[in-house]
Design a protein around this ligand. Structure first.
Ligand code: 5GP
Length: 194
């Protein structure tokens, strides 16, 4: 997605060879116009898949996921990372190691909000080693719902997550694929994906 690539070049900052900061439009301040386009692009790429629900992880997945859900006219459910007094029973949980926070969290979704008859689209802001997506897959798998695929705003193609998920047979659609962050430069991948 060209506009997203331009935005990454113009506003992203490379924190290290493996971490990109995009706080001005995705991870802290949010650009709603870009998020709307992102949501529409996800809806286009997964059209015809019979999606009944979008799921993501709080907090940075919510903006792109809600726009995808709005375009597809289906609900969005976000997994919580922190324990909540109001969310205690009937929880579907998975352990997720956070790439950026370097800690393991238990993520949770109420079993009320995913049903066996659902076809789910998983959305997240970044794909690195695939832990967040795998955690959401584990949660959905506990319900017997179908997984239509995984939509990612920014995939770092030099890390293993995309390869692992595609090898497992999941359809992974990434709107920007970064090949390298070496020497402070963002290089996008031109590689065609089958
Ligand atoms: P994974 O679970 O695939 O290893 O990492 C994905 C998660 O870690 C995403 O939910 C995202 O929040 C965070 N993440 C991974 N890499 C980056 C990065 O380069 N920049 C930012 N801002 N977040 C990242």
């Amino acid at each position: 997605m060209k506009r997203l690539e331009m935005k990454i070049i113009e506003e992203g900052s490379v924190l290290s060879d493996s971490v990109l900061k995009v706080d001005s439009f995705l991870n802290h301040q949010v650009d709603p116009v870009l998020m709307k386009e992102i949501g529409e692009e996800f809806a286009r790429r997964f059209s015809g898949a019979g999606i009944t629900k979008v799921i993501t992880l709080e907090s940075s997945g919510i903006a792109p996921a809600v726009m995808a859900a709005l375009t597809m006219n289906v609900p969005l459910v976000f997994a919580r990372k922190r324990k909540s007094l109001t969310l205690r029973e009937g929880l579907l949980t998975a352990e997720v190691y956070s790439f950026t926070k370097e800690e393991t969290n238990t993520i949770a979704i109420s079993d009320k909000y995913i049903e066996k008859s659902d076809t789910v689209l998983i959305i997240d802001d970044f794909l690195a080693n695939g832990q967040a997506a795998e955690g959401l897959i584990k949660i959905v798998s506990q319900t017997g719902a179908a997984i239509a695929g995984i939509g990612i705003v920014i995939e770092k193609a030099f890390q293993d997550g995309g390869k692992l998920l595609r090898e497992k047979g999941y359809k992974v659609e990434s709107l920007a694929r970064i090949q390298s962050l070496e020497n402070g430069n963002v290089e996008f991948s031109e590689e065609a994906l089958v």
